[in-house]
Design a protein around this ligand. Structure first.
Ligand code: UDX
Length: 410
């Protein structure tokens, strides 16, 4: 990098939580910052980095061409997460959260290692679920930009988890989940009243003794240590400017800047980095289907299904009579070998395609698509809204119950 570039460039260090649904929006944001002249240091964990590299191996030429354009704008570094190589990571979220609490020292020593080829650091853009970056930003003397990969309502709820705890809404009681009549109105600003089932599922009574429950409460204390707050949503979707300001506890700017995947997608930049190898036959298969006819079935990167659920779903897809494109990740069956009903693949082969991962934005924007059976992860929900695809929700955990209800009611 030339000396001139080093002096004049702003430099954002972008640190995603180590999961697919966090890497995608932060990478999209990094791309957009780079387009506006920022130099970017992108720092996932080593495990994420290895998965991304492995999954992209069949597409190296395309990636490489884009990489050449990027070379003066991006630096990719990674930090160890301290977990054993064979650990399930997102399949054991409590452990993963505990491990991320300790990433600070490795991140700091990486960022303070002398490197005259990059501009001085301007800010750290931190995933909201990475409390460790608060200390690093403080020690480096740079602003901490807290980035939420969820919707605003979830972010406000999570940032105020201790109020919900003191008001008795957390832990969420079993009976409140069943009746669901209670409306919770104590949260700040213009977000709609929420229900017990909307609260982050890790706060349910059954999780109280698990590390994920205490990790979420711990993280909620640190979210508010922010100089800027950014949310991957858009104002018109959730209560206008006023709603985002509910995230500005200390008066710092809080902005909705989504949907982040859309500008990159529309301008042809590939900023979705997959942890699974993308199946390239999907688009050709979709080309051969009637317009608006295909049901796309995908549950994101973490949700799992029991054997019974997979059977029932397969039989439902068979009975519906429509063409369907079904993403069956290799780890979807709760870590067990996946078994579909006998003869199912044969009986549906003329109108079905089963793959282990897709280029989801391309699939959702395809004219053959008619609907999306989704777990309502926030990225998938926002991507479906961006592409105008109707959704059928089957939430699994975390924020997905809230996203699903909002998609239906609001
Ligand atoms: C997780 C949480 O579950 C989610 O609720 C939270 O808001 C973010 O973190 P995940 O479960 O993976 O994310 O779901 P989602 O938010 O939908 O993110 C999945 C991403 O993977 C999307 O960007 C989607 O486009 C992409 N994807 C999914 C693919 O590229 N191909 C696929 O086959 C499936």
């Amino acid at each position: 990098m030339s000396g001139k570039l080093t002096e004049t460039h702003l430099h954002a260090v972008v640190v995603p939580f180590p999961a697919q649904g966090h890497v995608n929006p932060l990478m999209n944001f990094a791309e957009l910052l780079a387009m506006r002249g920022f130099f970017i240091t992108f720092v996932p964990t080593e495990w994420i980095d290895q998965r991304l590299v492995k999954a992209a191996s069949t597409d190296l030429v395309a990636r490489d061409n884009q990489a050449k354009e990027r070379v003066s704008k991006f630096r990719f570094l990674s930090i160890p997460d301290g977990l054993p190589p064979d650990h399930g990571r997102t399949a054991q979220l409590g452990d993963l959260f505990l491990s991320t609490k300790c990433l600070g020292p490795a991140l700091e020593s990486l960022l303070t290692a002398p490197d005259t080829s990059v501009p001085p650091i301007t800010c750290i853009v931190s995933d909201s679920f990475l409390s460790c970056t608060a200390e690093v930003a403080k020690n480096l003397g740079v602003p901490r930009v807290v980035f939420w990969t969820s919707c605003t309502t979830l972010a406000i709820m999570q940032a105020n988890a201790h109020s919900l705890l003191s008001e008795g809404h957390i832990p969420v009681k079993e009976e409140d989940l069943k009746s669901n009549e209670k409306l919770i109105t104590c949260l700040p600003r213009k977000i709609p009243p929420i229900r017990p089932t909307d609260i982050v599922s890790f706060y349910r009574e059954k999780h109280v003794s698990e590390s994920i429950y205490s990790c979420f409460l711990y993280e909620s204390r640190i979210h508010n240590i922010a100089d800027y707050v950014l949310v991957n949503t858009f104002e018109e979707l959730e209560g206008g400017k006023e709603a985002q300001m509910g995230l500005s506890v200390n008066g710092c700017p809080a902005l909705a800047i989504g949907p982040l995947s859309l500008p990159n997608f529309l301008e042809g930049r590939n900023s979705m980095y997959s942890m699974w190898e993308e199946d390239k036959t999907c688009l050709q298969w979709l080309d051969a289907q009637p317009q608006g006819s295909v049901l796309y079935v995908s549950f994101g990167s973490i949700a799992v299904k029991s054997e019974i659920q997979l059977h029932e779903l397969a039989l439902g897809l068979e009975a519906c009579g429509y063409p369907f494109l079904w993403v069956l990740r290799s780890d979807i069956a709760e870590g067990k070998p996946m078994e579909l009903p006998e003869g199912f693949k044969d009986r549906t082969k003329d109108r079905a395609l089963i793959v282990s991962w897709t280029e989801q934005l391309k699939v959702l924007s395809h004219p053959s698509l008619g609907g999306f059976l989704t777990h309502n992860g926030w990225n998938s929900t926002l991507e479906a809204i961006s592409m105008g695809v109707p959704m059928i929700g089957w939430p699994y955990f975390h924020d997905q119950f809230l996203d699903c209800r909002f998609a239906k009611d609001i």
